[in-house]
Design a protein around this ligand. Structure first.
Ligand SMILES: *Cc1c(COP(=O)(O)O)cnc(C)c1O
Length: 393
C-alpha cells in the first residue's frame, strides 16, 4: 500500500520555491469554503487591495491568476499581442527567451534586444531598437532575471517605451517583495509575478496587474483572445464583479488563503522594510562568501540581493557540492543555467528564507563542504565577515 507523503524539512536557498512561512502553511490548511461564499469574496477583495499596495498600483485590474508565474506571463502576452504586432523583447537570461516564445506563439513579431547573461538590459540598445523600427506596440523585459541574478532598470526602460508610445510588459516574478518596484510610478502597463520567490508563499499563483492603457488595448482587440482561461475580459467578471461575481473557474481556495496570509505578513513588515531586509542579508552573505574567496558573477550595482550568482571554485564539481548540501544539511541551493551551468551556483535569499540564521547556516555548510572536497578557499573567515555586517547594523 502506498503511504502518505511527508516531505523532508529543507532550507530552500535556491531560485525558488523559497521557504514558506509557517503562518502561510497554517493558512493553507484552514477549512475549504465555496469560492462564491460571501466570506471568500470578502477575502478576495482584501487580496486585491493588498496586492495593489505590493505592486504600488491603483489599478482595479490587479488580481492573482490561478496558476504559476509562467501563466501570468502568458496572460500578459495573450491579451496584449495580436497577430502582426511588433514587440521588442529584451533577453539577458532564460526568461526573456520565454517572452519571445509567447510573442511568436500569439502571432507577434519579436524584435530581440540581447545582452550577455549576467549583464542588465542595456537601455541604449532598447532605445536603438525603437529608433530603427516603426510601429512597436510593446516592450517586454524581465526586471529581476532569476537565471543570472541581475536587476535591470525598469524605470528607465519604461520611460523609453513611453517616449515611443509603446506599452510595457514587465516580469517581476522575483522582484515583487524583494526589490524596489513601483508599477504606477514607473508607468508599467502590464506586470506579472509569482508567489514562491520573495513572498514566502508556496508556488502556484501568479499576481498580475494591467493599467488603464493596457485595458484599453485589450478592449479594442480586433481578434479574439486565443486563450479562454486567461482572457482578462472574462476573468474580470469573476475578480472584478463586486457582489455579482460570475463563475469563471473554481479559484484555488486554500492556495488563496495562503496568498492572503503572505500579503498580510508583507503589510505587517512594510514593503520598504522587506526590500531593506533582502538587501541587508545579501550584504552579510556577500561579505561571507567573498571572505571565503568566492566571487560574484554580476557587477555590484546590478546584483539582485535575493538571488546571488557566485562562481564555483576551480576544479570543484558543482553538482557534487549541491548533492552534499542537500544530503548532509538538507539545504538546497541552485545550479547555473545555460552557458553558466557548472560555473556558478545561484544562492537565493528570498522571502522567509532571507534571514540571518540562513545566511550563517549556508556559509558554514558551504565552507565545510568545500573544504572537505579540497577546494582552494579561505577557511575560518566567512562567519566573522558576515557577523561584522550584522554587528555594524
Ligand atoms: C520563477 C520565474 C518565472 C516562472 O514562474 P513559475 O511560477 O515557475 O511559472 C518567470 N520569470 C522569472 C523571472 C522567474 O524567476
Amino acid at each position: 500500500m502506498t503511504t502518505s507523503f511527508y516531505p523532508p524539512q529543507r532550507t530552500l536557498m535556491g531560485p525558488g520555491p523559497s521557504d514558506v512561512n509557517p503562518r502561510v502553511l497554517a493558512a493553507l490548511s484552514r477549512p475549504t469554503i465555496g469560492h462564491l461564499d460571501p466570506e471568500f469574496i470578502r477575502m478576495m477583495d482584501e487580496i486585491k487591495q493588498m496586492l495593489q499596495s505590493a505592486f504600488k498600483t491603483q489599478s482595479p485590474l490587479t488580481m492573482p491568476i490561478s496558476a504559476p508565474g509562467s501563466a501570468g506571463m502568458e496572460a500578459c502576452f495573450v491579451n496584449l499581442v495580436e497577430p502582426g504586432d511588433k514587440v521588442i523583447v529584451c533577453q539577458n537570461g532564460v526568461f526573456g527567451g520565454r517572452m519571445k516564445e509567447n510573442v511568436e506563439r500569439f502571432g507577434g513579431i519579436a524584435i530581440m534586444v540581447e545582452d550577455d547573461w549576467g549583464k542588465p538590459v542595456d537601455p541604449a540598445k532598447v532605445e536603438a531598437a525603437f529608433a530603427e523600427n516603426d510601429g512597436i506596440k510593446l516592450l517586454a523585459f524581465v526586471h529581476a532575471e532569476t537565471s543570472t541574478g541581475v536587476l535591470s532598470d525598469a524605470k528607465i526602460l519604461c520611460q523609453i517605451a513611453q517616449k515611443y508610445g509603446a506599452l510595457t510588459i514587465v516580469d517581476t516574478v522575483t522582484s515583487l517583495g524583494g526589490s524596489e518596484l513601483d508599477v504606477d510610478g514607473w508607468g508599467i502597463d502590464a506586470v506579472y509575478s509569482g508567489t514562491q520567490k520573495c513572498l514566502s508563499c508556496p508556488p502556484g499563483i501568479s499576481p498580475i496587474s494591467f493599467n488603464k492603457r493596457a485595458i484599453e488595448v485589450i478592449e479594442k482587440r480586433e481578434s479574439r483572445t486565443p486563450s479562454w482561461f486567461l482572457d482578462q475580459k472574462l476573468v474580470m467578471g469573476y475578480w472584478g464583479g463586486g457582489a455579482k461575481r460570475a463563475y469563471h473557474h473554481t479559484a484555488p481556495v486554500n492556495a488563496l488563503y495562503a496568498f492572503h496570509e503572505s500579503l498580510v505578513m508583507l503589510e505587517e513588515e512594510g514593503l520598504e522594510n522587506a526590500w531593506a531586509r533582502h538587501r541587508h542579508h545579501h550584504n552579510a552573505l556577500r561579505d561571507g562568501l567573498e571572505a571565503m574567496g568566492i566571487g560574484f558573477l554580476v557587477e555590484e550595482p546590478y546584483r539582485l540581493p535575493q538571488l546571488n550568482s557566485v562562481f564555483v571554485p576551480e576544479g570543484i564539481d558543482e553538482a557534487e557540492v549541491r548533492n552534499r548540501l542537500l544530503a548532509d544539511y538538507s539545504l538546497e541551493i541552485g545550479a547555473g543555467l545555460g552557458a553558466l551551468a557548472g560555473k556558478v551556483w545561484r544562492i537565493g535569499l528570498m522571502g522567509a528564507a532571507c534571514n540571518k540564521k540562513n545566511v550563517l547556516f549556508c556559509l558554514s555548510a558551504l565552507e565545510n563542504t568545500l573544504s572537505a572536497m579540497g577546494a582552494n578557499i579561505a577557511t575560518g573567515k566567512a562567519i566573522a565577515a558576515a557577523e561584522a555586517v550584522y554587528n555594524a547594523a
